[in-house]
Design a protein around this ligand. Structure first.
Ligand code: FE
Length: 366
């Protein structure tokens, strides 16, 4: 467990110590009093620590995280304990710990995963007027089980030298004119599941299946690698068109990403469906665990994560968009330009996740 903030002695504890010391000096003979005083001191110290911390299980790690959480401690006096890991490991750990889990807050990427946490009955509702005001309705659970804290879009990238007429919509990705040109990652990846889930929510399961079938027929190669590898495929010439999240490209603009940075001039991008329902967006998000021992502090942490400074840190750390209106974009993200986003409530991505997996299985998209 990473302790981000050193223990600070609170004035009330000093006062308590002086009271006990006074008791010792004036009533040396009374061991009973001394014992009672020490017991009370112990209980008070225990309570003060329990009241003053919040425990986060996070599948996100970025260099700015430590500064993000130490600022929270500076503002509130609440100590942050952070455990990082892969989301499935964190979920298993939370389940195994049961009611004794120290975890207060789960942070992970993709609404599909946040849905899974809620579906497994691991989260509790959070009542916060501040969160409801700052986080747009589409980017949080309608009953408050989780809240988006940074946003990404899943868009189309293409080779500007070989593709004169890039796809303008997700539907276009399935158009036979792009046969043998499109790259995307495996269907078992949550991003591809959520993208198809959004197609089901917007167009119905039959249309979504037709679309996925057309997409599969246009593949340049068997699905492989992560989003960065789809972009590298454009650089290497294996792919002319690729589907990837915005931050993978923005990251390559900001810092060195091997076999990609230095060749980004070759790559164009399209925010799909600008004349229709808008581009598919998703979030990194957070929810309070059902068994949170420090639920009040957890609410404060979530509220802090929607503050302007935290939004800057959190989104910029991964080249994502803030979820809160009016917060400035980092310079790498600014380069991508503005776009109209799909305002589909993201809980629908979770609701339609099983249906999406079924379609991918049926059509043989591995
Ligand atoms: Fe990612």
């Amino acid at each position: 467990m990473t302790q981000l903030v050193r223990f600070k002695i609170k004035p009330e504890l000093v006062e308590l110590f002086l009271t006990i010391k006074g008791t010792i000096m004036s009533r040396k003979s009374s061991f009973i009093s001394l014992f009672a005083g020490l017991l009370a001191a112990n209980l008070t110290v225990g309570a003060a620590l329990a009241d003053g911390e919040v425990n986060i299980y996070s599948s996100r790690h970025y260099d700015t995280d430590e500064r993000l959480y130490s600022d929270f401690t500076k503002q509130t006096g609440i100590k942050v304990n952070l455990i990082e890991g892969k989301i499935n490991e964190l979920i298993e750990r939370l389940k195994a710990e049961g009611v004794n889990s120290p975890a207060d807050v789960m942070i992970t990427t993709d609404a599909g995963r946040l849905f899974k946490l809620q579906d497994d009955d691991l989260l509790q509702k959070t009542e916060s007027a501040m969160l409801n005001e700052r986080v747009p309705a589409a980017l949080r659970h309608p009953e408050g089980y989780w809240f988006g804290i940074s946003k990404r879009a899943r868009v189309i990238f293409y080779n500007k030298e070989t593709i004169a007429n890039p796809p303008a919509t997700y539907a276009d990705l399935a158009d036979p004119q792009y046969k043998g040109l499109v790259c995307a990652r495996s269907s078992s990846n949550i991003y591809m599941l959520s993208l198809l889930a959004s197609q089901i929510a917007n167009n119905g399961a039959d249309a979504a299946k037709t679309w996925a079938t057309g997409l599969l027929a246009n593949f340049a190669r068997a699905p492989q690698g992560g989003d960065t590898d789809q972009l590298r495929g454009i650089v290497s010439g294996e792919c002319d068109i690729a589907v990837a999240n915005t931050y993978y490209f923005a990251r390559a603009l900001r810092k060195d990403v091997s076999n990609l940075s230095g060749s980004t001039d070759k790559i164009g991008w399209v925010f799909p469906d600008q004349d229709g329902s808008g581009t598919h967006v998703n979030v990194s998000g957070a929810g309070i665990t059902k068994t949170a021992p420090n639920a009040e502090n957890a609410v404060k942490l979530l509220e802090y994560l929607t503050s302007e400074s935290a939004q800057n840190y959190f989104a910029a750390g991964n080249d994502e968009y803030p979820v809160v209106e009016g917060v400035a974009l980092s310079s790498s993200v600014q380069q991508l330009g503005t776009f109209k986003e799909d305002d589909l409530g993201l809980e629908k991505l979770g609701i339609n996740q099983a249906g999406a997996q079924k379609i991918y299985n049926e059509i043989g998209y591995k």
